[in-house]
Design a protein around this ligand. Structure first.
Ligand code: FE2
Length: 196
C-alpha cells in the first residue's frame, strides 16, 4: 500500500524515516495486522491506516506519552479534509485505536481495535523486547507460533517505496546539512540554517 496518505504522513513525520518508529515498523504492522485479521471480520482498511498513522506524530523515539492522542487528532484532521476513505464507524475505531495504543491497560471488545494493538506489540522484537502474551488481546496473537513468526517476519519493500525512502532521506540530509552559500542565523543562542 503506497499512496497520497503515505506522502502526507512522511512529509510531516518528525523522526528519521528509517528509525524504530519509521517506515519498516509501519509496514510490518500492516503485514502482521493482515495476518491476524485472517478468518475474522476485522476491518482491514482500519488496520492498514492504523499501521501508517499510529506513530505518525511521535516527537521522539523513547518516552512520548501523548503521541497516541496527537495521532488521533491527526486522523480527525485528515478525515475532515476528506483524505481518509472511512465511514463514521471506521473513523471511531481508528481514533480509539490510535489514542490508546500505547496504554498497556487499555481495553476494547472490538476485534479490529484489538488487532491494531496486537500487531503493534508483536513488532516489539525490533527494539529487543519479547512480546508478552499477557498484553496481547487476540487468541491468534497470543500463540507462541505467532509471536515467533512476527520475530522472523521480513519485509520486502517494493521498488517504489525503496525509491521514496531514498529520496526522502536525501531531502532531509540536504535540509539539515550546511552547504556553501547557506546562511546560519543565530538568534537567542539558537542556530537556524537558511537554505539558499
Ligand atoms: Fe508503533
Amino acid at each position: 500500500m503506497f499512496g497520497y496518505i503515505h506522502q502526507i504522513v512522511v512529509n510531516q513525520f518528525q523522526l528519521d524515516i528509517n528509525s524504530d518508529h519509521g517506515f519498516r515498523h509501519w509496514e510490518k504492522i500492516e503485514k502482521i495486522g493482515i495476518y491476524l485479521a485472517k478468518h475474522t471480520k476485522a476491518d482491514i482498511t482500519v488496520i492498514k491506516l492504523f499501521a501508517l498513522l499510529h506513530d505518525s506524530k511521535r516527537e521522539n523515539e523513547f518516552d512520548d506519552p501523548l503521541h497516541g492522542i496527537r495521532a488521533a487528532q491527526f486522523v480527525e484532521e485528515l478525515f475532515k479534509k476528506r483524505l481518509l476513505p472511512l465511514t463514521q464507524f471506521q473513523l471511531t475505531q481508528l481514533i480509539y485505536a490510535c489514542k490508546f495504543h500505547s496504554d498497556s491497560l487499555a481495553k476494547s471488545e472490538d476485534m479490529t481495535v484489538q488487532i491494531c494493538w496486537d500487531s503493534d506489540r508483536l513488532d516489539l522484537w525490533r527494539i529487543g523486547i519479547t512480546p508478552n502474551p499477557l498484553y496481547l488481546y487476540t487468541d491468534t496473537a497470543k500463540k507462541a507460533k505467532t509471536i515467533l513468526w512476527a520475530k522472523n517476519l521480513k519485509i520486502n519493500h517494493s521498488q517504489k517505496i525503496k525509491e521514496y525512502i531514498k529520496e526522502e532521506f536525501e531531502r532531509r540530509q540536504r535540509q539539515f546539512t550546511w552547504m556553501p552559500g547557506d546562511l546560519i542565523l543565530i538568534r537567542r543562542g539558537k542556530k537556524r540554517l537558511i537554505k539558499q
